[in-house]
Design a protein around this ligand. Structure first.
Ligand code: IMP
Ligand code: MG
Length: 181
């Protein structure tokens, strides 16, 4: 399970505090409104569950499934929609919930795609952000934590489909695949 884990970067306690802060902020910003949270699968499933439970405003939940990575740790640059949302989001206050922003390609693509469906408003919320790695500029309204340029796993984030269930955020060590990226 923890074969390739180098070190814990962010503890579950720090993550919990971050979720509480974001939930409170969003609840204040959208006071008197209802929001639609669209979680980006698979990575956002854990964060989505925590964030949603910190909202004190009404909300609806949907998911979109995308893949931008193959089995390695570097972006292919191609964003594929595997499964679209079910809801009609026209006139709704949309918040796209991501696990991490890296190159920015995924969120940039989703912002454009979902924007064509005429939501009343749209905001992006990510648990983690690696600003050093950005390839396209994308405005992210809610950022949990900025992290250094390391490949991380846990709290929904995977390496080759694994480690999503780790409660903390860990840095991936040498996987024997020629470096961790
Ligand atoms: P972007 O399109 O390059 O911004 O990448 C976003 C997606 O890449 C995220 O939703 C993750 O699934 C994946 N990703 C980026 N960085 C990491 C990381 O450090 N660990 C695990 N997955 C990552
Ligand atoms: Mg992933």
């Amino acid at each position: 399970m923890t074969k390739y884990i180098k070190e814990i970067l962010i503890s579950r306690e720090e993550i919990a505090a971050m979720c509480a802060r974001l939930g409170q902020q969003i609840s204040e910003d959208y006071a008197g409104k209802e929001v639609v949270l669209v979680g980006v699968l698979k990575g956002a499933f854990v964060f989505m569950a925590d964030l949603a439970r910190h909202l004190t405003i009404p909300c609806q939940i949907d998911f979109i499934s995308v893949s931008s990575y193959g089995s390695g740790t570097s972006s292919s640059g191609i964003v594929r929609i595997n499964n679209d949302i079910d809801m009609d989001i026209q006139g709704k206050h949309l918040i796209i919930v991501e696990d991490i922003v890296d190159s920015g390609l995924t969120l940039n693509h989703l912002r454009q795609l979902l924007g064509t469906r005429k939501p009343a408003s749209m905001a992006l919320c990510t648990a983690f952000d690696k600003p050093e790695r950005r390839k396209v500029a994308v405005a992210v309204e809610y950022v949990g934590m900025q992290i250094p340029d390391e490949f991380i796993v846990g709290y929904g984030l995977d390496y080759d489909g694994r480690y999503r269930n780790l409660p903390d955020i860990a840095i991936l060590g040498d996987t024997g695949q020629g470096g961790s990226r």
